[in-house]
Design a protein around this ligand. Structure first.
Ligand code: NAD
Length: 332
């Protein structure tokens, strides 16, 4: 079965190719993203394999269906970028990778927190310039402080546990609280306003849905402690970037670490180092000394990439063999 793999990077090939060996699945590597315009590149394929910044709107899906594509295999967990209603109407099956190493993402969130708080990224650059001065590098002890975890699914729970290990008090908000886990880990559930208002560090671990879009906006930023650190390794649009920039300019927030950005499509995952950055809000964010941004790399561990490749190929192989998909992987 021919599968057009959009938005391919070398690390995708390295993991997908061996996973697909002797599966009868022929992977066709395409380095550009899937959009309405690029959909014709799937001609001849029965399946497409896509990632987080491909745009699977109605027009794109209709173009795929017209080409004879039967399956859209997401090699990610989130599916906010797929018009599932349109896919259903067009009889396109959509599968995803419901679970892959949640440790990869959780550990990256904590790496960002430690770096931002102790300013190791700035210290590294200084020392390489033989600047051994410490001014401006003061952080705070995490021990004894309060962390607020918004969303206690697979990733949020691990972040909470790591931060408990640092001796932090952990508050959590989730509309579906896991009370047994919280009791076992010494985590306390509270309402969303209290979690935001009482925490020195707030970390977002919720999916992007119409309800969670701009979960962090001016009103919710106003609830946060002055000097608090905000972490987002989930989806960019959980945060209203314009309001975030205002909160940073006013000095209200202590720092922000982002692995995702509202308008990351077409920017993250690309080398734009020789170009003029056209996104003014991202450019502004990059000027703050207390903002740390990585380019959607929280998933990027060998373990997570292997899990993603294995599940994606299993989903494709199931289509080829007319068998059911991996549990929980079929959508729409
Ligand atoms: P999950 O489904 O296991 O958990 C999500 C949790 O959020 C659930 O417990 C749910 O009840 C809760 N939730 C839903 N709406 C909420 C709200 N309004 N307020 C508080 N909690 C709410 O998901 P997960 O595996 O932990 O992943 C979380 C998110 O991380 C994903 O949706 C994805 O967007 C993101 N992610 C990012 C990367 C990356 O590389 N940066 C990688 C994987 C996942």
């Amino acid at each position: 079965m021919i599968t057009a793999v959009f938005d391919t990077k070398p690390y995708d090939r390295e993991h997908l190719q061996p996973a697909a060996a002797s599966s009868g699945i022929e992977l066709r590597w395409l380095e550009f993203r899937l959009t309405q315009e690029s959909a014709p590149a799937a001609r001849g394929a029965e399946a497409v394999c896509v990632f987080v910044n491909d745009q699977l709107d109605r027009v794109c899906l209709a173009a795929l269906a017209a080409l004879g594509v039967k399956l859209v295999a997401l090699r990610c967990t989130g599916f906010n970028h797929v018009d599932l209603a349109a896919a259903k109407e067009l009889k396109l099956t959509v599968t995803r990778v419901p679970v892959y190493s949640p440790y990869a993402v959780a550990e990256h969130a904590v790496a960002l927190l430690l770096t931002l708080n102790r300013k190791t990224h700035r210290a590294y650059n200084r020392v390489r310039e033989q600047n051994f001065a410490l001014s401006g590098l003061v952080g705070f002890d995490l021990h004894g402080k309060t962390a607020g975890i918004v969303g206690t699914g697979k990733i949020g729970r691990i972040v909470a546990q790591i931060l408990r290990g640092f001796g932090m008090k952990v508050l959590a908000y989730d509309p579906f609280p896991n009370r047994e886990w919280a009791a076992a880990q010494g985590v306390e559930y509270a309402d969303a306003s209290s979690v935001l208002g009482l925490s020195h560090v707030v970390s977002l671990h919720v999916p992007l849905t119409p309800e969670t879009r701009h979960l962090i906006r001016q009103e919710t930023l106003d609830l946060m402690q002055p000097g608090a650190i905000l972490l987002n390794v989930s989806r960019g649009a959980l945060i209203d970037t314009t309001a975030l920039i205002e909160a940073l300019k006013s000095g209200r927030l202590g720092g922000v670490a982002l692995d995702v950005y509202e308008e990351e499509e077409g920017i993250f995952f690309e080398d734009l180092s020789g170009q003029v950055l056209q996104d003014d809000e991202l450019a502004r964010l990059l000027t703050f000394p207390n903002v740390l941004i990585t380019s959607h790399q929280a998933f990027l561990t060998r373990e997570a990439l292997s899990d993603i490749a294995r599940t994606t190929v299993a989903n494709l192989a199931a289509l080829a063999a007319g068998q059911p998909y991996l549990e929980g992987s079929e959508l729409g």
